[in-house]
Design a protein around this ligand. Structure first.
Ligand code: NDP
Ligand code: 8X3
Length: 253
């Protein structure tokens, strides 16, 4: 497959897994549409990766339906034929028992991780259907496979992503569109800093005493999935650090 003919949209490309995926794709010649809310980061990443591939940036909040639609409609015609969609934007807000949950945190997780993924998908899937080709990669989580204590709403949001991945694969089967779930365990990114609202000590403690996955490790798995031959789809992949056996069983030094 000639990667240089392909165009990939990556949501949440300003940090962590999304940024590492953009770098991995650029190294293979895949042209990029990078999305996120932090415009300055999008610009500096564009500057870096434009040395390898063609890059467009779209600055929007996935929660805002109108903004999402407008952003994709604003793409030049040559960029409308999107081959790969990486639905990666997402995060956790808080970690507390259900009885203590914060309603704003719940709204944020459901709006970003579930509704946002749907809004972006709705902007792109019809063009894939028209062309009878495409590949959607949804970034789920080990959290979507079983709930863990205090994870409640975040786990539910990722469980919804798992269900949507299956639903998309079924509905898009007649059109030859591939749908993949990549479900990581612990990956050291800005994830825990966001979850704990900027508390660095609490975020660092999550990865203390073990070697977590890096964003590049997950990007490598995503790259593997999108470079399989036309007749092969990676349906789903659970990717864990060696020290992690489940969401709650982690070997620390
Ligand atoms: P980061 O916090 O490093 O990256 C999150 C990305 O999502 C950022 O680029 C951020 O960009 C974007 N984003 C967040 N909110 C919005 C929004 N409202 N609108 C648009 N973009 C948004 O975390 P990760 O790289 O770890 O997370 C990426 C995905 O991986 C998430 O879906 C997460 O749930 C999942 N995941 C992470 C794991 C981990 O342990 N780190 C494990 C399993 C899954 P910006 O702020 O510029 O908008
Ligand atoms: C992120 C991994 O275990 O914090 O999805 O839920 S975990």
């Amino acid at each position: 497959m000639n990667q240089s003919q392909r165009i990939a949209v990556i949501t949440g490309a300003t940090s962590g897994i999304g940024l590492a995926t953009a770098q991995a794709f650029a190294a293979q010649g895949i042209n990029l549409i990078l999305c996120g809310r932090r415009a300055n980061r999008l610009q500096s990443i564009k500057q870096e990766l434009s040395q390898q591939v063609q890059v467009q940036t779209l600055c929007f909040d996935v929660r805002d339906r109108a903004e999402v639609t407008k952003a994709f409609e604003s793409l030049p015609e040559a960029w409308q034929n999107i081959d790969i969609l990486i639905n990666n934007a997402g995060n956790a807000h808080g970690l507390s028992p259900i009885q203590d949950g914060d309603l704003d945190d719940w709204d944020a997780m459901l709006d970003i991780n579930v509704r946002g993924l749907l809004y972006v998908s709705k902007s792109i899937i019809p063009t894939m259907v028209n062309r009878q080709s495409g590949h959607i990669v949804n970034i789920g989580s080990i959290a979507g496979r079983a709930a863990y204590p205090n994870g409640n709403v975040y786990c539910a949001s990722k469980s919804a992503v798992a269900s949507l991945t299956e639903g998309m694969r079924q509905d898009l089967n007649p059109y030859g569109i591939k749908v993949t779930a990549i479900d990581p365990g612990m990956v050291e990114t800005e994830f825990s800093l966001v979850r704990f609202k900027g508390d660095e000590a609490r975020a660092d403690a999550v990865y203390k005493g073990l070697t977590p996955l890096s964003a590049a490790d997950v990007a490598d798995a995503i790259l593997y999935a999108v470079t399989r031959p036309a007749h092969v789809v990676v349906a789903d992949m659970l990717l864990l650090p060696t020290a992690q056996a489940s969401a709650t069983i982690v070997k620390r030094q």
